[in-house]
Design a binder for this molecule. Structure first.
Ligand code: FAD
Length: 195
């Protein structure tokens, strides 16, 4: 029986289609591709803020990308974790409003309590729990909270034999996050009727 005359044509079409798919995926993953100029872009084809995680365009790391990123990675030290956490806390304090809402006051108190339970260094968490007991969170205003935080950071500094930081300089050391159009302001900061 003679071979189907269309079979060859279909096979060629399939090869062309596979080739296009391969080249497209290579192009999309290429480092020079404008859609991948920052780390976030590795996760998706456009701004993560504009797409939900369940978006059809969401792309996960390829195994070779994970290995590349992990090269030279070492476990985080207690010191690195501490510096990162203090950076987070002092930046939060810098952005904490002069007139916080009731919810914001409740949130920072809860955040500190959670930190004292879940900080991923048991010795530090236990120590911080004691510090919180002796120095209850003061979060009535930006000034109050940033000074309180500076003080408790100094309590930790002192226990580690470090120099105390001059708390009158805290606003000069820790500024607000730089974001266009105040998009980094804390949620509720623009509310007029906070108590
Ligand atoms: P850090 O203390 O991490 O400070 C980072 C930067 O903040 C400094 O370079 C300085 O510019 C600025 N800074 C310093 N002091 C102040 C201040 N008072 N106010 C404002 N800014 C300041 N480590 C332990 O070994 N044992 C512990 O029990 C322990 N408890 C911790 C509890 C918490 C809640 C946290 C967040 C960390 C804790 N650490 C602990 C880690 C420790 O505090 C340091 O982060 C770590 O030793 C690295 O210190 P560093 O000298 O690099 O500066």
């Amino acid at each position: 029986m003679s071979e189907n005359p269309f079979l060859g044509l279909f096979q060629n079409l399939e090869k062309i289609s596979n080739s296009i798919q391969t080249h497209l995926s290579t192009f999309i993953a290429r480092p020079g591709n404008p859609s991948q100029t920052d780390n976030n872009a590795l996760f998706s084809f456009s701004s993560p803020s504009k797409q939900s995680a369940s978006s059809a365009n969401f792309r996960t790391f390829r195994p070779e990308e994970v290995l590349k990123k992990a090269q030279g990675a070492a476990p985080v030290t207690k010191e690195e974790l501490g510096r990162a956490t203090w950076t987070f806390l002092h930046t939060l304090a810098a952005q904490y409003p002069d007139k916080p809402t009731r919810q914001q006051k409740k949130d920072v108190k809860e955040l500190m309590a959670i930190l004292s339970r879940m900080y991923p260094c048991q010795e530090c968490a236990d120590h911080f729990k004691e510090i919180l007991r002796a120095n209850p969170v003061q979060a009535g205003s930006h000034a109050e909270f940033s000074q309180w935080l500076c003080h408790v950071h100094n309590v930790v500094n002192r226990s580690l034999g470090k120099l105390a930081f001059p708390c009158e300089r805290v606003d000069a050391r820790w500024g607000k996050l730089e974001c266009e159009l105040r998009t980094c302001d804390l949620q509720g900061t623009l509310t007029k009727f906070g108590d």
